[in-house]
Structure formats: C-alpha cells, structure tokens
Design a protein around this ligand. Structure first.
Ligand code: ADP
Ligand code: MG
Length: 297
C-alpha cells in the first residue's frame, strides 16, 4: 500500500461543495470565507516510533507537530491562526511528558500568532499528536500546486538534505515570513512545502500543473556534508518549493542580501514535457529522475 495511491483512491469520498474551492491534493484545503479572503484548513499527525521516539525531548516533538501544520498554511501563501490539538496517550506516560509536549506546541504557536483553542484526549497504545490548523489568505495571494507553467523557474527557499540525521526536522522554522513576502511581491505560479523530499514533492507540482521539469544538479543547495542525491530525496526539509515566471525570476535575482528571500535559489525550469523530471549534471547531460520522495508507509 502506497501513501499517495491510497489518498488518490480516498478522493472519491470527498464531497466538495461550492463552499470548498480546493479539497484533497494541496497543502491545505481552501474554504470560502468572504469577498476578500479564503480560510485554509490543514491537519498533520505525528506517531511515536514512526515520526519520533520517546528519547526525543517532548518539547521538540510538540514544536515540530505545530510547525508542520504551520508550514502547510505557509505553502498556500497564508497566515496560520487557530489550532486544535488531539493526543493519544499510552498508560505508561508521565503527565510531565505531555506538559512538555504542550510547552513546545505553545512556543511554536506563540511565535507564529496561532491560538490553541481545543482538542481531544484519548488512550492509545503509542503517543500520537495531531494538530489541525486554520489559517487565512487573501484571495489574490492564494497559491496552489497547480499553477506552474512551462518556462517558469523553480526555486527553493533554502538548503536541503540531512534534516532527520542532523535533528533539524525537530527545530525547523516554518517559512511563513518568506511565503508572505513572496505572495505580496512576486505571486508564485505554484508553491508547496518540501516534507517528503524535493524530487517527490516536485512530482506533486508537476502532476497538479500537468508539466515537467529539468533540475540543475549543481544548483540544488545542500547543507554541509549532504550530497545532491540526499538533498533530492531526504525529506523533512520544510523549505518552500515555488515557481516564478522568467520576468519575476529576474526581479528576484536582483534582490539584496537583506531580503527575506536572500536564501532562495533557482534550481531549474518547468518544461512542457508532462510528468517528466530530468536532472542536468555539470557535464550538461540530462538524466531521468524518479519523482519519488520519502513515503511514510
Ligand atoms: P502534506 O505533506 O502537505 O501535509 P500530505 O501528503 O499529507 O500533504 O497530503 C496530501 C493531500 O492529501 C492533502 O491535500 C491532504 O489533505 C490529503 N490527505 C492526506 N491523507 C488523507 C486522508 N486520510 N483522507 C483524505 N485526504 C487526505
Ligand atoms: Mg505540505
């Protein structure tokens, strides 16, 4: 059973109404709000021994749980607002552990202006935490995965790879500031956050936009000690992946070192070759790349 194959099959059960312009398939669902704005809704779950182990500081687990959901709201161009938290609690867990989880949740929520307003508490064989998060976005600023066009440049907001090994996945900063600056000044064609690895997640943009892409191997920004293959597939980076028209790319290239987008790098180009992902090496030769990232089960 493949995570994305399963989600595809679950789509037949989604009963969209005119109140829901975008349902399954993007970083968050898009709900009608008023003439000027949309509401955004996303949910993310972390499970003990799948996403973290008991020896990870609970404060960090809580921080990450909140940060993952905030990252999905940022990926739509929005601002996060209100969260409910559900936890599954094994019998062998101390209350202090849960309070530390909440300390982490609260730290992240406060940093991004999110209110914690409720949740649910149940018994479970392993510790489980789920953050459901509402956000908002001005209609003119909404960015989906489906708006990439041939000729667009592809960007990432920062270096990739080695996130799990380095522990960076527990303390990453959701790219809300960058996303808001982007939508206000550039309006990307497509955008998403990189949770499952650059190659796999770019695959989602290619499918949603019915386009292909060619990445420049030399241009993919890697963390120190990380090679390009790892940067392409490791996952849990939580940087934003977005596309800009050539004219917008030229404007971005002219940004100063103090711009919120200073760490953004152009890594390739969108092509008309639907679904095909290519990697061009330093020698100029192109190889086909599997648009496959980290699959959670
Ligand atoms: P992300 O990594 O951005 O959080 P996911 O890969 O978890 O996104 O999910 C991709 C899309 O599939 C999202 O639109 C999400 O709402 C939807 N989705 C995931 N799991 C389910 C599910 N069990 N039922 C319905 N929709 C789902
Ligand atoms: Mg996402």
């Amino acid at each position: 059973m493949n995570e994305f194959g399963l989600i595809e099959r679950l789509k037949v059960f989604q009963n969209l109404s005119p109140e829901v312009p975008v349902g399954i398939g993007d970083d968050a669902a898009v709900l009608r709000l008023d003439a000027r704005r949309y509401q955004l809704l996303t949910t993310d779950m972390l499970v003990e021994d799948v996403h973290f182990t008991r020896d990870v500081l609970p404060r960090q687990v809580g921080y990450k749980a909140m940060a993952c959901s905030i990252s999905d709201i940022a990926a739509m161009g929005g601002l996060p607002q209100t969260a409910v938290i559900s936890i599954g609690v094994p019998g062998n867990i101390r209350q202090g552990y849960i309070l530390q989880i909440y300390k982490g949740l609260h730290t992240c929520a406060r940093a991004f202006g999110v209110s914690l307003v409720g949740g649910d508490t149940v018994r479970a064989p392993k510790f489980v935490i789920n953050v459901a998060l509402l956000g908002q976005v001005e209609k003119k600023y909404l960015v989906l995965r489906s708006g990439a066009r041939p000729g667009d440049s592809i960007f990432v907001t920062g270096p990739l790879g080695g996130s799990l090994r380095s522990g960076r996945h527990l303390r990453f900063i959701p790219r809300v500031k960058e996303a808001r600056f982007l939508v206000a000044h550039f309006k990307p064609g497509a955008m998403m956050d990189i949770s499952d690895g650059l190659a796999g997640d770019l695959g989602h943009i290619l499918r949603a936009s019915r386009v292909g892409a060619c990445l420049q191997e030399q241009a993919v920004p890697c963390y120190p000690g990380v090679n390009t293959r790892q940067a392409l597939t490791d996952g849990e980076d939580f940087e934003l992946l977005f596309t800009l028209t050539p004219a917008q790319s030229a404007r971005l290239a002219a940004r100063g070192p103090l711009s919120p987008l200073a760490a953004c790098r152009c890594i390739g180009t969108i092509t008309a070759d639907c679904g095909r992902l290519l990697l061009q090496g330093a020698d100029g030769r192109c190889r086909r790349l599997a648009a496959r990232g980290f699959v959670h089960f």
